[in-house]
Design a protein around this ligand. Sequence first.
Ligand code: A3P
Length: 272
Amino acid sequence: VEDAAMGLEPRTEGLRRNLPAAIIIGVRKGGTRALLEMLNLHPGVAVADNEVHFFDDDHNFARGLNWYREQMPMSHPKQITVEKTPAYFTSSIAPERIYRMDPGMRLLLIVRDPTERLISDYTQVFHNRVAQGKATAPFEDVAIRESRVNLEYRAVHRSLYDEHLKRWLTFFPRSHLHVVDGEQLVHNPPAEVAAAEQFLGLPSHVGPDSFYFNTSRGFFCLRNTTHERCLSESKGRPHPPVRWDVLQLLRDFFREHNHRFFRMVGQTFDWA
Ligand code: A3P
């Protein structure tokens, strides 16, 4: 009211909620929150804080596009909106639904060593169950059955990047997908964010000044002109030690899938 009375533009002028131009589709425990927060340091980006679960959840999907738009943040006309829901990557229906909404959608996928991802996934569920007072079997007992990798364990299935990506590439051209190296995002965030900025058509903005290494966390934390902050404590938790022979079984199991994934994206990672 005061602004209007003084003949100034109200501060919300030009602000509205827009459908996303890019979606971080996964992979769960790949570093999706870090990627979203780091992109959010860019003034040309507005992010949805919560995982929206629109395309993977039939109940939400039935609420329609207006509901989806309502979940997005307010943004200026020059900003692009980004949401992240890691469950999309492994959803059988999400690729088609996203394509039907916007065949020009840009997809960001952040990956890490599938064995590490699996242990991280287990660790997250373990902590959630502990918080609920529930017991959890040791990692080895869940991931391995009768000396073989347990394919019924959903977290194993989530690490089969080739199988999930196949569905996306039946709808979207490779050029609409940008693959972020989760390991590199941990060790050299400016380089990985710069590549993502370029993919999104944004002028480069997030640089080395946007990060500082926090020795007690053991991770880079984020900085803008006024604030410094780290990701929540649930990100970057220690993993349980895993028996060497179990690691070997898992690495052998994922190898062929990894190579197929590398061929699909035309990129290699150091977890072959
Ligand atoms: P761990 O907890 O296994 O170490 P997501 O957000 O998709 O759940 O991914 C979580 C992972 O993000 C963490 O896995 C952590 O390794 C990674 N990560 C990447 N950059 C990070 C950062 N700057 N701070 C904390 N965690 C980060």
